[in-house]
Design a protein around this ligand. Structure first.
Ligand SMILES: Nc1ncnc2c1ncn2[C@@H]1O[C@H](COP(=O)(O)OP(=O)(O)OP(=O)(O)O)[C@@H](O)[C@H]1O
Length: 260
């Protein structure tokens, strides 16, 4: 379980990105975090694996107080939590398999790290993960020869090879076309349901969030303004979560015009 207790996050520039967040996410939930740009969605997600440090409050993941972890404990903890980014974060000039195997580097002996020779068990785990996302046949293909959707599946396989309990996904389909987005979202859903891995996703496509997630968390100006089952989301609720969007767009247009 993930639990936020009165969590606040203020960046060094004084921006209060999270304000008094209280939240519980049970193992196996599929949660979409929605809201305007700058609302605090990424910050919320990235605090869970300590990519960002919280300023106050408590964040408990799997019974552990995340802020109290030190050094090796943080690294061990992070390996239980997969992270998927919009930009895939792959080494494109090498093969799919090597990109997945990279996740085992911390487990290798010094010599194996130097020589890049992985043990059989790691290779089996990597190939199994590629099979789980349907791209086993691409194992020896260079990543730069794959489509965006296939590359995101490689990133997903790399995460899966670590047997994570939780996958945090920060805008995973933002750079994909609608058809490919659907394939990747279907992967997330399948992994979530079949492997009981919690998925917490920051997503701009509201209609896709409503289609795939079991639960929607609406964030506005650093606060949670909606948190319930997806079926409870109405147009009025969406208006409320995205309140101020028109003003924001107008302000951006005015700012751009000022430069012209
Ligand atoms: N590293 C940082 N340093 C300072 N301020 C930051 C940093 N990261 C985010 N912020 C600010 O914190 C607030 C929340 O940002 P965050 O990226 O969490 O929003 P978001 O809802 O994910 O936005 P988007 O959808 O555009 O990615 C914004 O005002 C942003 O400018």
């Amino acid at each position: 379980m993930i639990e936020f207790i009165n969590v606040n996050k203020t960046y060094t520039n004084e921006i209060k990105a999270l304000k008094q967040i209280n939240l519980k996410i049970e193992q196996g939930e599929f949660v979409a975090v929605i809201g305007l740009s700058g609302a605090g969605k990424s910050t919320l997600i990235r605090c869970i694996n300590r990519m960002h440090e919280i300023t106050s409050g408590q964040l408990i993941v799997g019974g552990m107080d995340v802020s109290k972890l030190r050094g090796k404990e943080v690294r061990r903890f992070r390996r239980r939590i997969g992270m998927i980014f919009q930009s895939f974060n792959l080494v494109t000039r090498t093969t799919v398999l090597k990109n997945v195997l990279v996740s085992f580097v911390p487990d290798l002996s010094f010599i194996r790290k130097l020589t890049g020779v992985y043990i059989k068990e790691h290779k089996i785990k990597a190939l199994t993960a590629l099979d789980q996302v349907g791209i086993l046949d691409k194992a020896f293909v260079r990543v730069d020869q794959l489509s965006g959707g296939q590359q995101q599946r490689v990133a997903l396989a790399r995460t899966l090879s670590q047997n994570p309990e939780i996958i945090l996904a920060d805008e995973p389909i933002a750079s994909l076309d609608p058809v490919t987005s659907k394939i990747v979202m279907d992967d997330f859903k399948r992994i979530n349901k079949e492997m009981n891995i919690s998925v917490i996703m920051n997503i701009h496509h509201v209609e896709i969030a409503l289609q795939y997630a079991d639960r929607i968390i609406g964030v506005r100006e650093g606060a949670i303004v909606f948190d319930d089952q997806t079926a409870k989301v109405t147009d009025d609720i969406l208006d409320y979560i995205y309140k101020g969007q028109t003003e924001q767009v107008l302000a951006e247009i005015a700012k751009e015009q000022a430069y012209v």
